[in-house]
Design a protein. Structure first.
Lengths: 188, 217
């Protein structure tokens, strides 16, 4: 039996593959999924980068616009408003720590029945001084009321002097001092 | 030299052949190369791309924070401006009561006179005497050195109750009047004899009024 020998010239014999050829084959065959996933990830990252860059550009424009707007306020309006705020704060502090003597003076007068009494009331530095020449009964009454009043502490009779004519009229020259417990106004 | 290189190449080839000598070794070798390849792809391709947009995203976050703060400030200022416009009368009244940068002396004396008229008492005289020491103001009120004060001294005559009401009106006046001294006394002797009805009592009062200067001189 004759053995037939055929030559296929369309399929020439390939030279033996080099190491690089093998690597190339491996990459395009077995590792193509890895390459494809990497390319997809890089493409997605590129799209995301475009998006964030556009976003950054828009934000920069927004910041410029706001800064420009605020620079007008900073120069014109803000100093005025800050001054108003500081003044309001100072106003409140001054008001709350300012003295109030009218209620104290009214209270002292409420202890004196005689509207024509020779009485001088001086209120200052958180203290009140009362002096004059008056009926001794009135003085006793005044002293007692002042000592029992919750508005005062340290009620002291500074002096009481009675001369000859005063003895007959039961009158005396006196001075009383007391410390006002709270001489501040109602707070705001 | 050429022999040396050939020897090295042969050694590498024989080692590679050894690595791929069995099916199990071949599998391990391919798996290792695959892992190495994935790592190289991650390091060379994916991570730089990811870090490029993630860093930008972080920067954008900071920009957004800045925008939020600027916008909040803008909104606050615009609201305050609106409030200032709607309460213009109140603001003007406040600025008259607590003036800047110079004291409103005429306003203070006018208030003192008008308050006396309101209570039916007689203002004999009123003078602005001196500028209060700034340290005293700071000590008493715990305010900034920009707050200044002047002292007003006034003498008035009238009924006892009206004079007391005058003090109360000053103390509750929108202008900041801090009464430092008030002396009410009944006239005596000749002074009482020549006194007109309804003017038997005398009030000597001192009070500070305040203003605000923007510099600290």
């Amino acid at each position: 039996m004759a053995k037939s020998v055929t030559f296929n010239l369309l399929k020439p014999l390939q030279p033996p593959k080099t190491a690089w050829d093998k690597i190339y084959d491996w990459i395009v065959d077995k590792a193509r999924i890895v390459v494809l996933v990497t390319i997809i990830l890089i493409a997605a990252a590129f799209v995301a980068k475009v998006v964030v860059d556009t976003d950054a550009k828009n934000k920069n424009k927004q910041i410029d616009s706001l800064t420009q707007r605020l620079s007008f306020y900073t120069a014109e309006v803000e100093p005025r408003l800050r001054l108003l705020a500081i003044k309001t704060d100072s106003y409140q502090k001054i008001w709350n720590k300012s003295s109030s003597y009218s209620t104290i003076i009214k209270e002292i007068y409420s202890y004196v029945d005689n509207p024509g009494a020779d009485l001088t009331i001086k209120a200052s530095d958180g203290k009140v001084s009362i002096f004059g020449t008056e009926d001794l009964t009135l003085l006793r009454n005044l002293e007692e009321k002042l000592r029992n009043s919750p508005s005062f502490t340290s009620v002291n009779f500074g002096s009481l002097s009675i001369d000859g004519s005063d003895v007959q009229d039961a009158k005396g020259e006196y001075s009383v001092s007391a410390v006002i417990k709270d001489s501040k106004r109602p707070q705001i | 030299m050429a022999e040396n290189i050939e020897t090295k190449t042969q050694a590498r080839q024989s080692r590679l052949n050894e690595l791929l000598s069995t099916s199990q070794r071949k599998t391990y070798f391919v798996a290792a190369v695959t892992v190495l390849f994935v790592l190289i792809m991650l390091l060379v391709g994916v991570l730089p791309s990811y870090s490029a947009f993630s860093a930008q995203a972080v920067e954008n976050g900071k920009r957004q924070d800045a925008i939020d703060q600027l916008d909040a400030k803008r909104t606050t200022i615009e609201n305050l401006v609106k409030e200032e416009e709607t309460k213009k009368n109140l603001v003007d009244e406040f600025n008259l009561a607590f003036p800047t940068p110079t004291p409103e002396q005429i306003n203070v004396l006018t208030v003192a006179q008008n308050t006396a008229d309101k209570n039916g008492i007689f203002l004999l005289n009123s003078t602005i005497t001196n500028i209060v020491n700034t340290n005293d103001i700071i000590k008493k009120f715990l305010v900034t050195p920009q707050v200044k004060a002047q002292t007003v001294s006034a003498t008035l005559e009238g009924e006892r109750e009206s004079l007391t009401n005058y003090i109360a009106d000053l103390e509750s006046n929108v202008n900041l009047f801090d009464v430092t001294s008030a002396v009410i006394s009944r006239k005596t002797g000749k002074e009482l004899e020549i006194s007109l009805p309804g003017r038997e009592f005398k009030l000597t009062i001192q009070f500070n009024y305040f203003y605000y200067v923007q510099s600290t001189q």
